[in-house]
Design a protein around this ligand. Structure first.
Ligand code: SOE
Length: 394
């Protein structure tokens, strides 16, 4: 069967900002690089402003435009609804789409609250009984080096896990004059660095280790409490408007915890790490060795084999671009490397393959709910304000 003869799946996407652009790129390119049983067809894009949505559809490659997501989820030519909106609309759109019989892929964090995530996970379980599937878009699972780390841990290469050390460091709001964009508003985003980027390291740590976070103790801080209102914004850049408003989310979140296999874990998510742009870092120490990763050098995985002689052991860099490394073979010759966008292409590839096979794609909404429960527990712990024991000065 030639690529053109494959059955098509009509995609309808809601939102066209940063995530909408990168998802569009993934839908547009996936069939060119992966041999898939179905072909995505970018049938409709939905946004509130007719003019801006039409302009985005034209630029990003969508065939039609809707301005009401309710219409989008009921379109006959839409089989998959891709949700790229802020968290405050995820639950409503996802549940309506699943009830309308559409498969759903939804940006992270799954929702703004645990209650919403529970309702979404319940809707996804009910839909799965009818062969309709849902996935939460934790794209970093699809970094080849992260997928390789999971494979090696599952094979026992680093033995019993003792430590999980995870960080997600950015610096895009260090300037106190940076405007109050939606990611800094609790009613839109649910939480700040915690939900936006902390959610990624929670999911990545659980994915890579195959273990769950079972208990946490957290600390959050909002360093800049008032900011200029946003006049305009696009992705992570924004221009100031008139007046100021209150930041209602955390700028940084730290927590420690325990993994289900007994490891001790530490997590740090911040938008105030000057000089760090998108440093999702993970180090796992096991009884037989360690693995380390930093998204700012995303084609590399560092491996220390502790079974070697001390004289020979030490971290060595594995360039994760070989044909038999996860996803890498579909792209360029060894050493030529992949970037951020490819993680989304891999995500929709896995999603389309699962849908075509009639199996549930991963990460599921239950996985999204798992992350949401960790976020909720960190917030509850931070709000208690009692877990810090004061240290007396000399
Ligand atoms: C902003 O912090 C952001 O775009 C996140 O929302 C994404 O999930 C992350 O991949 C990059 O940073």
């Amino acid at each position: 069967m030639g690529a053109a003869d494959r059955p098509t799946l009509g995609i309808g996407m809601v939102g066209y900002a940063f995530m909408g652009r990168v998802h569009s790129q993934a839908w547009r390119s996936v069939s060119a690089f992966f041999d898939l049983p179905v072909r995505p067809s970018m049938n409709a894009l939905c946004g509130r402003s007719a003019t801006a949505t039409a302009e985005a559809a034209d630029r990003l490659g969508w065939a039609a435009v809707e301005t009401d997501w309710r219409k989008l989820v009921h379109r006959e030519d839409v089989d998959v609804v891709d949700i790229c909106t802020p968290g405050d609309s995820h639950a409503e759109i996802a549940i309506a789409a699943l009830e309308a019989g559409k498969h759903v892929i939804c940006e992270k964090p799954l929702a703004n609250t645990v209650a919403e995530a529970e309702a979404m996970a319940a809707a996804a379980r009910a839909a799965a009984e009818r062969g309709v599937y849902a996935m939460v878009a934790f794209n970093y699972r699809r970094v080849p080096a992260i997928a390789l780390a999971r494979r090696w841990i599952a094979e026992g290469r680093i033995g019993r896990i003792r430590h999980v050390r995870a960080q997600y460091l950015q610096d895009w709001i260090v300037d106190p004059e940076f405007p109050l964009v939606w990611r800094l508003q609790k009613d839109k985003a649910g939480s700040g660095a915690l939900g936006d980027i902390g959610a990624h390291i929670i999911d990545t740590a659980q994915f890579v280790t195959g273990e769950r976070i079972t208990e946490v103790s957290g600390l959050t801080e909002t360093f800049v409490k008032e900011r200029p209102l946003a006049g305009s914004s696009s992705g992570l850049s924004a221009g100031g408007g008139t007046g100021t408003g209150t930041v209602t989310v955390d700028d940084a979140a730290l927590f420690i915890g325990r993994m289900s296999g007994g490891a001790l874990a530490s997590f740090e998510a911040t938008r105030f790490a000057t000089g760090r742009k998108n440093a999702l870092r993970l180090e796992i120490n096991g009884s037989l060795g360690s693995l380390a990763f930093d998204f700012e050098a995303m084609n590399e995985l560092w491996f220390h084999d502790h079974t070697l002689d001390d004289a020979e052991a030490g971290f060595r860099r594995v360039l994760v671009t070989e044909a038999d490394h996860p996803y890498a073979g579909a792209w360029w010759p060894p050493g030529h490397g992949l970037g951020y966008e490819h993680t989304f292409t891999h995500e929709v590839k896995d999603f389309l393959e699962a849908i075509a096979a009639g199996t549930a794609p991963e990460p599921s909404f239950d996985d999204g709910l798992r992350v949401q429960r960790v976020l909720g527990a960190v917030e509850a712990s931070a709000a208690q304000g009692s877990r810090l024991t004061p240290v007396e000065d000399v």
